[in-house]
Design a protein around this ligand. Sequence first.
Ligand code: ADE
Ligand code: ZN
Length: 300
Amino acid sequence: KLPKAELHLHIEGTLEPELMFELAERNGIEIPYKTVEEVRDAYEFDNLQSFLDIYYEGAKVLRTEQDFYDLTWAYLLKCKEQRIVHTEIFFDPQTHTQRGVDFGTVINGISNALLDAEAEFGITSLIFMCFLRHLTEDSAFETLEMAMPYQDKIFGVGLDSSEVGNPPSRFEGVFKKAAERGFEIVCHAGEEGPAEYIWQALELGASRIDHGVRCLEEDYVVNELVERQIPLTVCPLSNVKLRVFDTLKDHNLKEMMDRGLFVTINSDDPSYFGGYLNENYEQCMKELDLSENDMVLLLN
Ligand code: ADE
Ligand code: ZN
């Protein structure tokens, strides 16, 4: 029941199977599942890519501004239930604009739900848009241009999707331009990719590293992250579901804290990974040897 902040949450990753069916029916879209149980059974992943394939498929039921509003509102009701008082959410514009959904449809639906939740529940929020790193830098430049009429609603830009083989350095130009235009810079790095990608993300100007669990493989990266107290948005249940670690007991969260890194706990794509923020905290407390002091640090 303690008040908490969530800093790493993909709104498309909060799509629960029940809402997926409702939106598919509302929009006349066929989905390759017959029941909610069948959808949940499909959520067994070998790695990041096997998850992304299903996640992008699921996002196809989202078409109208009302769909994006309903998706976001459902997550905000969870925030209220779990006492998340501040949330920073990602959305992936290209997942939608590539299907012919207008950028404004997406951002207005999400943003209106967030405004209503602030008025009704006092939940504060920020929106970050992520460029998909499996696409080209040119596509990211186009997306940045599409975002400009809505800049007042978008706090920052990030980079997500298939990490290995798509280093941050490939997007240097577009992040430079985004920074010049006043966007905050964050970046997924060191989830499946090597510690070197975290270094590159810092060179892009990232003020926060999303995941970052592979930083421990390189001392020069750890030293920089500790010295600058760069926040790492770690997502423990996500890391187990995507087989970054075999079990939660094997997770390096505690070791990262003991090295002096600025670690936070987050849910990433809670509908797909079997738990929202409280479940991440509860299972970490149970499986990792966290002291009271560790919990105080994590919750601060
Ligand atoms: N998009 C949604 N969740 C993601 C993750 N965990 N890593 C990279 N891209 C993502
Ligand atoms: Zn993520």
